[in-house]
Design a protein around this ligand. Structure first.
Ligand code: B1M
Length: 208
């Protein structure tokens, strides 16, 4: 039994096996980060490659995502043992036109674990909703996720709308196709390639 068996179970969309294997690894004392990265996240890269080369289609990609999410649920208590005192409020969501939420959920979970109050707006969120939530919750940071090259321009629209609204909130962006150069280009306050990096960046921005 090894962590890579978890990845294999995700790729073959066996949700029950994923849950069973994740539980076994946790009980065996395997590092949570290793289960997350080598077990669950690597699996989604394999799924993505199979989708790109045409050996797997959208329904299978969705079922693999569900298997991955089931595994992530088991890890949740270990990732979000939150601090007692809030370190600030973050509004997070996947931008309009984009339905990918696994990475965004992971970022939200880790932020909660780091003691931040996280308001998760979900997926397919437009500029108006981000601005409204930032004002309503007096947020320190708005965090935008996008997984599609076609939805990246929406990030620019949202960052611009937040600036236009004149609210004192920082914006960070992330997601597989997003880069630091793109963040600079659209005037976002920061970019991170992964969830732990997003937590670190947000911590700095909330403290600034
Ligand atoms: Co989609 N999909 N998908 N998909 N999907 C990708 C993204 C793709 C790369 C697959 C491929 O072609 N190889 C491709 C995008 C190509 C592109 O634009 N460059 C793609 C496509 C094309 C599509 C559709 C258009 C397919 C179609 O219908 N023909 C369609 C679009 C639907 C829509 O959104 N409107 C579609 C649909 C789907 C499903 C619904 C079936 C499903 C999503 C289920 C769900 O999320 N609930 C799905 C999946 C599962 C994937 C892949 C296989 C896996 C994504 C994932 O969950 N990864 C993906 C291939 C891939 O990424 N390798 C693919 C695991 C997750 C932990 O990683 O989300 O990258 P990720 O998050 C990372 C970092 O990016 C970062 O932290 C996380 C890790 O620590 N991060 C942030 C994320 N957000 C952040 C925010 C931050 C900071 C860091 O700060 C705010």
């Amino acid at each position: 039994m090894a962590v890579k068996d978890i990845a294999e179970a995700v790729v073959v969309m066996d949700r029950v096996k994923v849950v069973e294997l994740v539980k076994t690894e946790i009980a065996a004392g395997t590092e949570i980060d290793e289960i997350l990265n080598a077990g669950l996240i690597d699996a989604m890269d394999i799924v993505g490659q199979k989708f790109s080369d045409g050996s797997l289609f959208v329904p299978e990609m969705l079922m693999a995502a569900k298997a991955m999410k089931a595994g992530l649920e088991e890890l949740k208590p270990h990732l979000s043992a939150g601090a007692a005192v809030s370190r600030g409020t973050v509004i997070i969501g996947t931008v309009k036109g984009d339905l990918h939420d696994i990475g965004k959920n992971l970022v939200a979970l880790m932020m909660e674990g780091a003691g931040m109050d996280v308001v998760d707006l979900g997926v397919d969120i437009d500029a108006e909703k981000f601005v409204k939530a930032a004002i309503e919750h007096n947020a320190g940071v708005v965090a935008l996720s996008a997984l599609l090259t076609t939805t990246m321009p929406t990030m620019e629209t949202i960052v611009a709308a937040i600036k236009e609204a004149g609210i004192a909130v920082k914006t960070i962006i992330g997601g597989a196709p997003v880069t630091a150069a793109f963040a600079d280009q659209i005037g976002a306050d920061g970019f991170s390639a992964d969830a732990p990096g997003a937590v670190e960046l947000t911590r700095k921005l909330l403290a600034a």
